[in-house]
Design a protein around this ligand. Sequence first.
Ligand code: CMP
Length: 142
Amino acid sequence: AIERTFSIIKPDAVAKNVIGEIYSRFEKNGLQIIAAKMLHMTREQAEGFYAVHKERPFFKDLVDFMITGPVMMQVLEGEDAIAKNRDLMGATNPKEAAPGTIRADFADSIDANAVHGSDAPETAQQEIAFFFTENELCPRTR
Ligand code: CMP
């Protein structure tokens, strides 16, 4: 089915100047960028976005990292977009990411792991709504 997923290019990958290389992987694999914005998140935004992880031991480090610099956020649309984006990203820990995935190629550590992508339809919808209003989404098919 055609799905939407939420994607973040994290501060490490923005600092490496590889936004375009990552966008190219999305586009070459049938994912369309239907919304995008660059943002240097406040601590409150990062804590709110990652609220589901707030009891996890890595929460503080994760939030600290995500506000070290600007991120690029986008909504991707396409056939099986959620799973496809997760395949393109590779494993959360770059040490375990398959060769040729975004994290294998650009990530340095489990926090500085280049990209975020929604893990399920419900979280995709919540994450998109956290940063984008309905009228900021620009699907080609309308
Ligand atoms: P992300 O997909 O952005 O969602 C939560 C982030 O927490 C994850 O990517 C990692 O960057 C970070 N993180 C740090 N430690 C862990 C861990 N042990 N398990 C999962 N995520 C972790």
